[in-house]
Design a protein around this ligand. Structure first.
Ligand code: CP
Length: 301
């Protein structure tokens, strides 16, 4: 692994190594020392969890961080190109973690610089570090990644987290329910890829009858900012609202996950149930992102 741009670039061995290292780092964070290493965060788009957990991951391993948080106050405002900004950041750091609203931006930057690049979300395309922490979270809660039944719910059209997650889980024989309004269905190129990989999935527009079947309910936000047409957003914005009532009949070990932030798609009464797992999921981001940073910096033991 030189870069981490898309889940499609990782094989099962890469995934297993990262999962094992994240587990080991959660138990013993002192085993690695990234002092004298600098991570550049280049965030052209808003973030709380991804940026903060990467920073926390780096700092807890004694590394340093330089951060570009949005373009305000940077020379992007003067017209500096993404290529030039990246080349400069590469001279100030050892690894770039970047988020950008345009699909393909991270891969483009990886072609401009000689240091590792991590895609922390590129438009509606991919969010591989989220998927790796999701795998870690699922494995922790279920004891295995194999043969699980998962419902992916909400914005499957623009949701980069679910676009990454289906590729991440594909080698582990999942059964997916893709639950979305017709206008927010999983993109055809992903559906075709899954068919070619022999992955089982069903398309649904509601959760009727499937809750008792599930190991994981993966809920996503309907992302207002990705809709070209505000009216289309208004039609679907409340398509799925998961409450504690929705979870009646669920398996004891079923977990509700969400990459967060949530708006109204999971009501707060779910937070105190045994099913809520989204805050643990966010915490797991630190361990997985430590594993990713150490691996790409060549410091993983
Ligand atoms: N899950 C996630 O990407 O959250 P942020 O947008 O807050 O980074």
């Amino acid at each position: 692994m030189k870069n981490l741009i898309s889940m499609r670039d990782l094989n099962v061995e890469d995934i297993q190594q990262l999962l094992a290292l994240a587990e080991s780092l959660e138990k013993d964070p002192m085993q690695l020392d990234l002092s004298r290493r600098v991570m550049a965060a280049m965030f052209y788009e808003a973030s709380t969890r991804t940026r903060m957990s990467f920073e926390s991951a780096m700092k807890r391993l004694k590394g340093e961080v330089v951060a570009m948080i949005g373009t305000s106050g940077t020379s992007v405002e003067k017209g500096e190109t993404l290529a030039d900004t990246s080349k400069i950041m590469a001279r100030y750091s050892d690894i770039i973690v970047m988020r950008h609203p345009l699909e393909g931006a991270a891969r483009y930057v990886s072609e401009q610089v000689d240091i590792p690049v991590v895609n922390a979300g590129d438009g509606a395309n991919q969010h591989p570090t989220q998927s790796l922490l999701d795998l870690y979270t699922i494995k922790k809660s279920q004891g295995s990644l194999e043969n699980l039944k998962l419902a992916l719910i909400g914005d499957l059209k623009y949701g980069r987290t679910v676009h990454s997650l289906v590729y991440a889980l594909a080698p582990f024989k999942p059964e997916f329910y893709f639950v979305a309004p017709d206008s927010l269905r999983m993109p055809a190129y992903i559906v075709n890829d899954l068919k070619n990989m022999g992955v089982n999935f069903k398309l649904r527009e509601n959760l009727d009858d499937i809750v008792p079947d599930l190991d994981i309910m993966y809920v996503t936000r309907i992302q207002r900012e990705r809709f070209p047409d505000r009216e289309e957003y208004e039609k679907v914005k409340n398509a799925f609202i998961i409450s504690s009532q929705t979870l009646e009949g669920a398996k004891d070990n079923m977990k509700v996950m969400h990459p967060l932030p949530r708006v109204n798609e999971i009501t707060t009464d779910v937070d105190s149930t045994k099913y809520a797992y989204y805050f643990d999921q966010a915490e797991n981001g630190v361990y997985m992102r430590q594993a990713i940073l150490a691996t790409l910096l060549g410091e993983a033991k």
